[in-house]
Design a binder for this molecule. Structure first.
Ligand code: FAD
Ligand code: SIN
Length: 533
């Protein structure tokens, strides 16, 4: 089956939805392809908020400096300035679209300006938020606008398998992206989507780790597809571990927002001792790489399963109004956060690297754009500053949309020459256990060998395993009919290999990449850029 439209957006998180709305308003017909329900993505689960210069006491310079400092010398200053300067208008755009953010004095009934919260690495209060469920508010508001837009069609439960490129079809230069093969999981058929341009907004790859704050959708699909299509990928070694995910046997991936530390939360050991002052003078509000490493160190040194975040200095009323979601969730697990500390552990949270793009979100493959967490824009460098990600989604979705509008792609390729997905050589898989086993194995060794603290020996071990898995998965892929699990496993293995190879090529410690054998940073900071040729 063929489906032809003007623009394809793969992913319905904040980046994908923002792009779709902006481009549809300019008259384009948009297909939003998304592998689960439209709101199931990291964007929906975002808690803390969106960083933007809003207060009179704040300045662009300060937001830029904080971002550069967190990024440990590897951010691209031009990108940082570009994103920071578009912060206030991005918040205004969300407000115009109907998003309601928390305001000061709300509890007293005299709401005025936005309530700005604070997170690690920020020298000012500058995080605009909707209590502790910012993502939910933003995502559900934009989804209802998308549903009401005549130019946008959403394809739920449809997973993109592979990009269709000119080079793959007829080997002719110049190469271009022409569309994507997409598996409709409900009807079990592969649809050939064709468009003037494809926008990858597929989110990160944190599911390549055993423990993560992310939903199941974060399997690095866009990064893997772009890589296979010949795109450059950069800085994949910088995997951000969030310091505080809830530690409870039944709490899958539940985040305890950094905004809690911003409002005074203290990290303590099981006996109640505070420890962050031994690691950084900013204590609980040091950038995430420092806090996560400190917790990892304390857990290993003391043989603890977790550490604790103490919020008991705050009243029940404060906690219920500022963190209603966390308060209720912890309560469901029997934790009363107003009078007992919250058990927390670090978990994989954010992919700082990704597909290399410029300030318009364009990749090195004409007709292919990449925005949001799957892109490497230069904003985050070696460590992302908290709450800069949602901002980046909006700013780059806007930039990519403008670029397409101003530079319409004219393809001379005839759509009817694009072949359907070929299933003539494959059969139904006979042992799906191979897929689930390989999936578990991958996520475990990534956690053990490519985690918060790395060594060359552990990375080499991981490389041997990932290469072996890649062969097994490729064999499976070439013999059997595709399923969502198999597509995601293939992508996870691909992305894991990119992470390990990037980590092995960086012989220093910088930001999130900490090597015991090379504990210091080199004098000059360079990006790790991988390309197939
Ligand atoms: P996502 O929101 O992850 O969306 C990706 C989309 O792509 C999904 O809809 C998925 O189904 C789809 N997709 C993926 N692969 C395919 C495929 N092959 N075919 C079809 N569809 C596909 N950042 C902040 O700035 N502030 C915060 O407060 C904050 N809190 C966070 C809290 C949590 C718990 C988490 C997990 C992250 C948080 N982050 C926060 C990070 C931020 O939420 C994400 O980086 C951001 O939402 C990514 O948006 P995105 O649009 O790029 O991707
Ligand atoms: C959080 O609320 O702690 C997450 C913020 C982020 O990842 O930027």
């Amino acid at each position: 089956m063929y489906a032809q439209t003007d623009l394809i957006v793969i992913g319905s998180g904040l980046a994908g939805l923002t792009f779709a709305l902006k481009s549809a308003n300019a008259g384009y017909r948009i297909a939003v392809i998304t592998k689960e329900a439209v709101s199931e993505n990291s964007s929906y689960y975002a808690q803390g908020g969106i960083a933007a210069v809003w207060s009179m006491e704040d300045s662009y310079e300060s937001h830029v400096e904080d971002t550069l400092n967190a990024g440990a010398g590897l951010c691209n200053r031009e990108t940082v300035e570009f994103v920071v300067k578009h912060g206030p208008e991005s918040i205004e755009w969300l407000v115009q679209n109907g998003v309601v953010f928390s305001r000061r004095g709300e509890q007293s009934g005299h709401a005025s300006e936005f309530h700005l919260t604070r997170e690690g690495g920020h020298s000012k209060r500058r995080v605009v938020h909707a209590a502790d469920a910012t993502g939910q508010k933003v995502e559900s508001t934009l989804v209802s606008n998308i549903h009401n837009h005549d130019n946008i069609t959403i394809y739920e439960n449809c997973i993109a398998i592979e990009l269709i490129t000119r080079a793959k079809l007829d080997g002719c230069a110049p190469d271009a992206c022409l569309g994507a093969y997409v598996l409709d999981s409900e009807n079990e058929q592969v649809i050939t989507f064709i468009a003037q341009a494809v926008v990858l907004a597929t989110g990160g790859a944190s599911k390549s780790y055993l423990y993560t704050s992310n939903p199941d959708t974060s399997t690095g699909d866009g990064i893997a597809m772009a890589w296979r299509a010949g795109c450059q990928v950069a800085n994949m070694e910088f995997v951000q571990f969030h310091p505080t995910c809830l530690y409870h046997p039944h709490a899958k991936s539940f985040l305890i927002s950094e905004a809690m530390r911003g409002e005074g939360g203290k990290l303590v050991l099981p006996d109640g001792t505070e420890f962050m002052s031994r690691y950084d003078q900013r204590r609980e509000l040091a950038p995430r790489d420092i806090v996560a490493r400190a917790i990892d160190h304390e857990m290993k040194a003391g043989g603890f399963d977790c550490v604790f975040l103490d919020m008991t200095m705050k009243s029940k009323t404060f906690l219920q109004s500022h963190f209603p979601n966390i308060y209720t969730k912890c309560r469901e697990f029997g934790i009363h956060i107003d009078h007992e500390p919250i058990p927390v552990v670090p978990a994989a949270h954010y992919t700082c690297g990704g597909v290399d793009v410029d300030l318009n979100g364009t990749t090195n493959l004409p007709g292919l754009y990449c925005i949001g967490e799957c892109a490497n824009t230069g904003l985050h460098g070696a460590n992302r500053l908290a709450s800069n990600s949602l901002l980046e989604c909006i700013v780059f979705a806007d930039a990519a949309s403008r670029h397409i509008i101003e530079n319409p792609v004219k393809s001379d390729f005839q759509a009817q020459l694009i072949p359907h997905w070929d299933e003539s050589q494959v059969t139904d898989p006979n042992e799906m256990i191979v897929v689930s086993h390989n999936w578990d194995e991958l996520r475990r060794f990534m956690w053990d060998y490519v985690g918060i603290v790395r060594t060359e020996k552990r990375l080499q071990r991981a490389l041997r395993r990932v290469v072996m898995l890649a062969e097994e998965v490729q064999e499976f892929y070439s013999q059997f009919r595709v399923s969502r699990d198999l597509i995601e496993l293939r992508n996870l293995v691909q992305v894991a290999e990119l992470i390990v190879r990037s980590a092995l090529s960086r012989n220093e410690s910088r930001g999130l990449h900490f090597m015991l054998d090379h504990p210091d940073s080199l004098d000059s900071a360079t990006d790790t850029i991988l390309s197939k040729d």
